[in-house]
Design a protein around this ligand. Structure first.
Ligand SMILES: [Zn+2]
Length: 262
């Protein structure tokens, strides 16, 4: 695969191959061949520009693109640790893209919620606590700690939601699928702001939080009690209830069009 993608029907109008894509393609092929690994430093700007016959500005475009994708971390300065280092944070990359596409309404929140419900309920049915040995119990302990922290009624809506996200991401982790972990973290992140906007006041938030606490406990008990199908059912109910109750409160005025599609 290359970052050029399929031929664009309007390619005659588009500028010729963007120079920075050469660096993206090079990084991809070097990683595939094992010549570049996570933690490695990329060659300097000047070296990359000369190697690929492009300007240093184009090299900077490539590095910025990789940064947004969660594949590169840049450090300023001139020491040995300066420059671009390869990292692997797929959730960051996917989440950056999803957030913008949700903002543009290219992706509807209700569709994201549906995908989330599918993934989480699937994850609940394939959890095998025995496969995890002590690791599974550690994850459950961590999830139990989160539930305890969420009992604090003085938590703000944003604080509660951050913990709520971690709870769901942790449970999904028990399915042992790294792609699922990355997508889960991104999906929750991508719709977080929309939910925050939809429940504007803390007074409206408090009664919702009480129900959420109860639902979380039920889900946790089912997962730790190995009741897979019950856990999946409760998760779907929880996710759908939450979005039905948060999006329905959004006033449909010209200033607030019904962009949630609910
Ligand atoms: Zn939740």
């Amino acid at each position: 695969m290359t970052f050029e993608g399929a031929p664009d029907p309007e390619s005659e109008l588009a500028p010729p191959s963007r120079a920075y894509v050469r660096v993206l393609d090079w990084v991809e092929s070097e990683m595939r061949a094992g010549r570049l690994r996570i933690g490695d430093q990329l060659p300097g700007e000047r070296a990359l520009a000369e190697e690929h016959g492009i300007s240093r500005a184009s090299v900077r475009d490539a590095i910025r693109t990789l940064e947004v994708m969660g594949l590169v971390r840049t450090a300023t300065g001139s020491g040995p640790r300066a420059g671009a280092v390869l990292i692997s944070r797929p959730a960051k990359g996917i989440s950056n893209m999803l957030r913008l596409h949700v903002a543009s309404s290219g992706l509807l929140v209700e569709d994201i919620v549906e995908v989330r419900a599918l993934l989480e309920t699937w994850a609940a049915t394939v959890v095998d606590l025995d496969l995890w040995a002590d690791g599974g119990q550690e994850i459950l302990h961590e999830a139990a700690d989160l539930l305890e922290t969420m009992e604090d009624v003085s938590l703000s809506r944003d604080e509660f939601q951050a913990l709520d996200t971690r709870f769901h991401v942790l449970l999904a982790k028990l399915a042992g699928n790294a792609v699922l972990d990355a997508v889960m973290a991104s999906l929750k992140d991508a719709v977080g702001d929309v939910v925050s906007e939809a429940v504007p006041t803390e007074e409206e938030w408090k009664p919702l939080a009480t129900v959420l606490r109860h639902q979380h406990q039920g889900i946790f008990d089912a997962v730790s009690g190995r009741e897979h199908h019950k856990a999946a059912h409760l998760l779907r109910e929880h996710i759908e209830w939450f979005y039905a109750n948060t999006t329905a409160k959004r006033p449909e005025t010209p200033e607030h069009p019904p962009r949630l599609g609910a």
